[in-house]
Design a protein around this ligand. Structure first.
Ligand SMILES: [Zn+2]
Length: 304
């Protein structure tokens, strides 16, 4: 299908112009997304504020930035090789398709990197923000209290939240003036917010199978929740599929003693599920780690 008519060449010129403009628009959009994101981060004064903002927005901002760049690649691809494309109308479709494949491939690879590889880097950055010494109102460097020291500054509800690992409070003190700053972070495990007292301390107390599931039909399950702080209770009803969850327990060896406890900075527990999911959890002492294992359940790890 030879097509070298003036009309086609005229159309091709317009197409080229349009794609070129689209390329610049996409690049500009990418840069604007990035600049706005960094400007917002820079405008936040506190480390805690930056932490919260980055945790929610960083990956999304990068995704939008790279999506715009992948679009730019697609648009630009449609301007390459005009001499060949001028020979036949078929080539314009071929070029369109190849550009699309390249754009999608680039976009997909970056999507995978941001989903599986980048979160580790972000986590490291967030950890650094969380533990950078705070400065008090009088300009002194504050000290982060250990889990053992901080309880006097937390009310009972806060302590209850920490005991079920749903919320982690960091307590910073200015040792010269006594100023205290308390920061709230999401813990390793999920607990529901209690309807009565408002703390994140509502935990499953027991699960009651009202109707066991058989191979033929689903069963019925009632979950009994109890607030570990104000003791109020709540129940919810669920259907169960054929396979019923096993009651596996995870425990540290009871007689495990760390030599030279004072030199131990933190204790890591790595839990690997049968599906291959891996999770790391850090604690300051074995007591805390053991209590964590008592609470641990794959079902109540917050989704990332
Ligand atoms: Zn409550």
């Amino acid at each position: 299908m030879e097509n070298t008519s003036p009309t086609y060449h005229h159309f091709l010129e317009g197409w080229h112009q349009f794609m070129l403009v689209a390329t610049f628009v996409a690049i500009a959009a990418a840069l604007i997304i990035l600049i706005i994101h960094y400007a917002k981060v820079a405008a936040i004064k506190t480390y805690k504020g930056k932490y919260d903002y980055l945790k929610i927005n960083r990956i999304r901002a990068y995704q939008m930035f790279y999506f715009a760049l992948a679009s730019a690649i697609f648009f630009y691809g449609n301007t390459i090789g005009d001499v060949t494309v001028g020979k036949s109308l078929v080539y314009i479709f071929v070029r369109f398709f190849i550009s699309m494949c390249v754009g999608v491939l680039v976009g997909y690879v970056i999507y995978l990197i941001l989903k599986f590889y980048y979160p580790t880097f972000l986590e490291r950055k967030l950890t650094a923000l969380r533990y950078t010494p705070r400065i008090s109102k009088s300009g002194n460097e504050m000290r982060l209290l250990s889990e053992e020291e901080e309880d006097v500054h937390l009310d009972e509800g806060m302590q209850a939240e920490e005991n079920v690992f749903s919320i982690d409070y960091d307590v910073w003190v200015d040792e010269h003036t006594g100023e205290v700053q308390i920061e709230k972070y999401l813990g390793y495990l999920e607990a529901l917010e209690c309807g009565s007292c408002g703390f994140k301390t509502l935990k499953i107390e027991r699960e009651q199978i009202v109707e066991p599931a058989t191979e033929e039909k689903e069963g019925k399950l009632i979950k009994h929740y109890k607030c570990t702080y104000c003791q109020s209770v709540r129940t919810t009803q669920h259907t169960i599929a054929r396979i019923i969850k096993s009651d596996s327990e995870y425990r540290l060896p009871a007689d495990y003693i760390l030599k030279g406890q004072r030199k131990v900075k933190s204790i890591m527990i790595e839990i690997i599920s049968t599906k291959g999911d891996k999770k790391e959890f850090y604690f300051q002492n074995t007591k805390q780690a053991s209590e964590f294992l008592d609470e641990f359940d794959f079902d109540n790890i917050p989704k990332q």
